[in-house]
Design a protein around this ligand. Sequence first.
Ligand code: BV8
Length: 258
Amino acid sequence: MSRSGPVTAPSALPGEVIRRLREAETVCALTGAGVSAESGIPTFRGSEGIWAKYDFRRLATPEGFMSDPCLVWEWYQLRQVEIAKAAPNRAHLALAEMEASLPSFTLVTQNIDGMHRRAGNSRVVELHGNIWRMRCTRDGTVSDIDGPVRDIPPFCACGSLMRPDVVWFGEQLPRAEVERSSEAAASCDLMLVVGTSAVVYPAAALPIIAKNSGALVVEVNAEPTDVSTYSDATLIGPAGTLLPEIWRMMGYPERFMK
Ligand code: BV8
């Protein structure tokens, strides 16, 4: 299939891409921080990104946590307060409609903000964990939390330090989630890659797995990324605008009326 350069509207996509979008039945979506940007939740990279302000070694590594658990918990508490004030945006809502309508839909996210579940998705593969869970550093017992932590740092009933239940740099991703996401990428006929800079592995390998397995790979991002060099289509613009447009291009709602 001829590859077009980045476009800003689905109507500008090549006919073959539009045809395959309309026929897609087994869909996998990979999301990153950009899908939550229009909800007011900061992304990581770029001039206004989190990593431009904070040192990831001190805040998002096990070594950083062990050297200053209070600093790390203050950072996660700050993010919990921001996320609690945010609401799902039109990109999140379009992905929830896809789960409700498509024969097979798997949502894989790198985000820890829990926004996909708040938007209505229930089958979410959280590769990097969830900011609304914490776990005991001694035995791994996980606790759900329904709001920003009050005591910093929190301790387990057993007396051990609690940590955020997220995956930091240098830590293995949870095996079950890696397997589910790889299987979904290898078996889908459409992979949507939404709002990720695709620099963090192994998540960034998923669109390549999908591409090599014959899926149509469609990227939505505010700017080109490494995925743009091999995607079948890259749409440049806000996910909150483009994802609902792509969903309509896929035939929603008429195609899915019971
Ligand atoms: C691991 C903590 C084994 C949770 C995060 C090769 C293979 C395997 C591993 C590595 C490798 N090379 C290096 C590694 C190690 C490392 C890695 O990938 N480093 C990178 C930086 C080179 N990977 C790991 O350590 C992983 N573990 O592989 O274990 C191992 C270990 C060591 C060595 C080898 C193997 C663990 C990775 C998880 C790290 N945890 N965060 C938290 O607090 O959130 S990563 C952090 O980046 C976030 O979790 C985030 O999910 C992730 C990815 O970022 P994005 O989501 O893409 O966000 P970003 O800001 O970058 O981009 C946003 C995009 O949105 C931009 O493109 C922007 O243009 C776009 N956008 C903005 N607004 C909009 C928009 N798009 C659309 N609409 C908009 N409105």
